[in-house]
Design a protein around this ligand. Structure first.
Ligand code: G6P
Length: 301
């Protein structure tokens, strides 16, 4: 069996090598594990809640329809908690779908207001259809999101989207995030805008920055002493949030364990978050990220 469904999870194993596998929690349609040849690619906190009581701390939580908090009180999105409602909702497993790659196995999940977290849809009463496709190959994981504003909806749908990927790394102080030189950046901690001048991003303290308008040709890589650990390819996801909570912020997160876990993770989050997307009734938007294996590539913007 390459796709196995339980009450709470879906496990996809690669038909040629079962040690290449993805585990998806139906809550949030959160990828909580992605292994290639038995090696885990994603960080998952030991204290992450997997019972639907709160969003998962680790893996790939999905952010929709708002990234962070909308601060304009006039905007209905301001009623929603940080990062919206997709990561706090039970998604429907739609089964297998046709893969794009010859050796791929693809599955789909759906979310609509009828099944989404009712506490939250009460606060933000908009119509939407989300279809998430996950495709596993021997060397990659493609995550594709299709957002539709249904034809019979009465209003425009305004939203952000983000794949909040937590990558597993050996040691944050040996890790670089590359290929963002020249990109516009907003430092969420200093609340300042500037252009990134560093040849690579390095981490020695809390880090929380939004790189915007990064061309789809740019491969963002997570590199440990010259070895590429992870490569991110993006379509329609121009913004990249890079985050590490470091010591103090980790202490403040009850579901972040062990407290030294920040040394073994970095978030590189591909999304559309610097501005909102707007769909009229009947319109659709698609965004995609692929985690894959690539040689070390040096690109400047
Ligand atoms: O604690 P959460 O709501 O899951 O958010 C975790 C983090 O998400 C993003 O990376 C933001 O840029 C950070 O500011 C935030 O702390």
């Amino acid at each position: 069996m390459t796709v196995q469904e339980t009450e709470t999870k879906v496990l996809i194993s690669h038909p040629k090598d079962a040690s290449t596998q993805v585990t998806v929690l139906k809550y949030g349609a959160t990828v909580i594990s992605y292994k290639t040849k038995g090696i885990e690619n994603l960080f998952l906190s030991e204290a992450a809640k997997l019972d639907g009581s709160k969003p998962v701390r680790g893996g790939i939580p999905l952010v929709f329809p708002v990234f962070g908090k909308e601060t304009n009180p006039e905007d209905p999105l301001s009623k929603l908690p940080q990062h919206g409602l997709a990561r706090n909702s039970h998604w429907e497993f739609l089964g297998e779908s046709s893969p794009k790659e010859k050796d791929g196995v693809a599955v789909q999940f759906g979310l609509y207001p009828d099944i989404a977290n009712q506490e939250l849809t009460k606060l933000w009463d908009y119509d939407f259809t989300l279809i998430l496709t996950l495709e596993l190959t021997e060397t990659s994981l493609r995550t594709n999101i299709e957002v539709t504003n249904p034809l019979n909806s009465k209003r425009d749908l305004k939203f952000h989207w983000l794949f909040h990927s937590y990558f597993k790394i050996d040691d944050i102080e040996d890790t670089f995030v590359t290929n963002l030189t020249g990109a516009k950046v907003y430092d969420q901690l200093l609340q300042e805008n500037y252009v990134e001048r560093l040849p690579v991003l390095q981490f020695q303290e809390e880090f929380d920055k939004i790189y915007s308008n990064v061309s789809p040709n740019i491969l963002v890589q997570i590199v440990d002493r010259g070895e590429v650990l992870h490569t991110l390819k993006r379509t329609n996801l121009p913004d990249l949030v890079v985050w590490n909570p470091w010591v103090e912020k980790s202490k403040g997160m009850a579901d972040f364990e062990p407290k030294t876990g920040f040394k073994h993770m970095v978030c590189a989050e591909a999304g559309h978050v610097k501005s909102y997307l707007v769909l009229k009734p009947g319109e659709k938007w698609v965004g995609e990220q692929t985690l894959c294996e690539e040689k070390l590539t040096y690109q400047a913007i």
